[in-house]
Design a protein around this ligand. Structure first.
Ligand code: ITT
Length: 189
């Protein structure tokens, strides 16, 4: 199975998680490609379109992921536009937008989609938390500004093991993994 994404960090986290879920981990390889991201207000629709595009390119079982950071006081912005917002205003821009806001509540969401040409399935995971007042060193993407609920530090300040314990990605991947093992999709074909 191929994990199709332009983002190496995602793959690294997923590989580690899979190795922890079971002693016989899924064989997953990284295909580093940037997939089409359709305009939609739903992460799930974006993830499904990515899965379709990935399958068209690879013609093999594929796994893709679409994430979004939803900030409550910004009416859930940047949400599905997270990638674009990260590339344009970045974390500093987000901290600026929150300067005079009372609430810093945010939710990180992960949508994982699996497609083998017949079965198209999505799995979601989310972690509630807060946007920090300052940027922390380390991590990638929004890690420097996202603090999971009940934690005293940002994702950026966690090692891979700790981040994987709390992440949106872990929850979505776990759902996928349970479904995949139960349905043994690969063997049915
Ligand atoms: P793809 O090629 O897989 O689409 P991407 O980096 O464009 O990779 P997304 O659109 O799914 O990924 O992610 C939206 C944004 O959220 C993007 O800027 C990511 O860097 C960021 N992001 C996703 N998961 C994250 C995590 O665990 N920690 C920090 N930032 C994250």
């Amino acid at each position: 199975m191929y994990f199709v994404s332009s983002n190496e960090h995602k793959f690294k986290e997923i590989k580690k998680l899979l190795s922890e879920f079971s002693s016989t981990p899924l064989r997953l390889e990284h295909k580093k490609l940037k997939l089409l991201e359709i305009q939609s207000s739903s992460l799930s629709e974006v993830a499904k379109a990515k899965a379709n595009h990935a399958f068209d390119l690879i013609r093999n079982e594929v796994l893709v992921e679409d994430d979004g950071l939803f900030i409550e006081s910004l009416n859930n912005f940047p949400g599905v536009y997270s990638s674009y917002v990260y590339d344009t205003i970045g974390n500093i821009g987000i901290l600026d937008l929150l300067k005079n806001k009372k609430s810093r509540k945010a939710t990180f969401k992960s949508l994982i989609a699996y497609y083998d040409g017949k079965n198209l399935k999505t799995f979601d995971g989310q972690v509630d938390g807060f946007i920090s007042e300052q940027m922390f060193e380390g991590g990638w993407g929004f890690d420097p500004i996202f603090i999971p609920e009940d934690m005293d530090r940002a994702f950026a300040q966690m090692d891979l093991k700790l981040k994987n314990k709390y992440s949106h990605r872990k929850l979505a991947l776990k759902e996928f993994y349970s479904w995949y093992i139960k349905n043994n999709v690969a063997e049915r074909k």
